[in-house]
Write a protein that binds this ligand. Structure first.
Ligand SMILES: NCc1ccc(-c2ccccc2)nc1
Length: 238
């Protein structure tokens, strides 16, 4: 998989050079390229933002640099220098569709993803509209909270996707029990040694060796947690 990230803070993507992503890149599983949006500006101050039409607080990211950055990706695609004709462009934004584990699984099947990391109040809408005429574009939200930019959200989406790539995780079984289990419930609580820690003991059932009762206990714990924390996951016919 190839992943391109366009951002005014390329260093935000430095964690991608660490540990698993770093090994995956060395093993050729992941081809990650980070592009500084300011490389596509030509004024002395390398300006990437300007005041919003219609007034309002804050600044908006100018379309020109984004257009040229995306032109670069499209050129790579049409020159055959990329695994597909165009990337699927993901734009992290609070106003996007909610990103889910199902989306991560779907995107893990893509050959080429690109992330447009906005800052300020966001990117001029015409960039999204223009890009949507030339490649698949998805505006994604990680939840109802606002960051200062799309980079942290892009890191989260990238990690959620690349950990699903075949050969990426050392222990693929660990993917079996996702935090949202196959039954759509939250994960049960987990414990390890020592059996007693600061007057807190491991639930005795887990030391019983009775795998049937352990499975039943774990399911009960998952149902209780989901009821308390995420009743929306229990909604009928969801
Ligand atoms: N839902 C997570 C998320 C994603 C992106 C942004 C964001 C903030 C400012 C500018 C551009 C993107 N904020 C929150």
């Amino acid at each position: 998989m190839r992943i391109d990230v366009v951002t005014i803070f390329p260093d935000y993507l430095a964690p991608m050079a660490l540990s698993l992503p770093g090994k995956a890149r060395q093993r050729g599983l992941l081809d990650l390229r980070v592009h500084d949006l300011r490389e596509y500006t030509y004024d002395r101050h390398r300006t990437v933002d300007d005041t919003p039409y219609g007034g309002g607080a804050g600044m908006v990211m100018r379309p020109e640099p984004w257009g040229e950055a995306l032109d670069g990706l499209l050129a790579a695609g049409s020159a055959g220098d990329a695994p597909a004709a165009t990337p699927r462009l993901l734009v992290p934004t609070p106003s996007g569709r909610r990103f889910s584990q199902a989306d991560a699984a779907r995107l893990a099947g893509e050959p080429w993803l690109a992330f447009a990391c906005g800052r300020y109040e966001g990117i001029d809408q015409r960039v999204i509209d223009w890009a949507s005429e030339r490649m698949p574009v998805e505006e994604v939200s990680l939840g109802d909270f606002v960051l200062n930019g799309g980079e942290v959200a892009a890191l989260a989406v990238i990690e959620a996707v690349i950990r699903l790539l075949p050969g990426f995780m050392g222990n693929p079984e660990s993917l079996a029990e996702e935090s949202h289990g196959a039954d759509g419930l939250l994960e049960y609580p987990v414990y390890t040694k020592p059996a007693l820690w600061r007057d807190h003991e491991v639930p005795p059932i887990l030391l019983s060796g009775d795998h049937g009762r352990i499975a039943a206990w774990r399911r009960q714990q998952a149902v209780e947690r989901t009821t308390q924390r995420r009743p929306d996951l229990l909604a009928d016919g969801d």
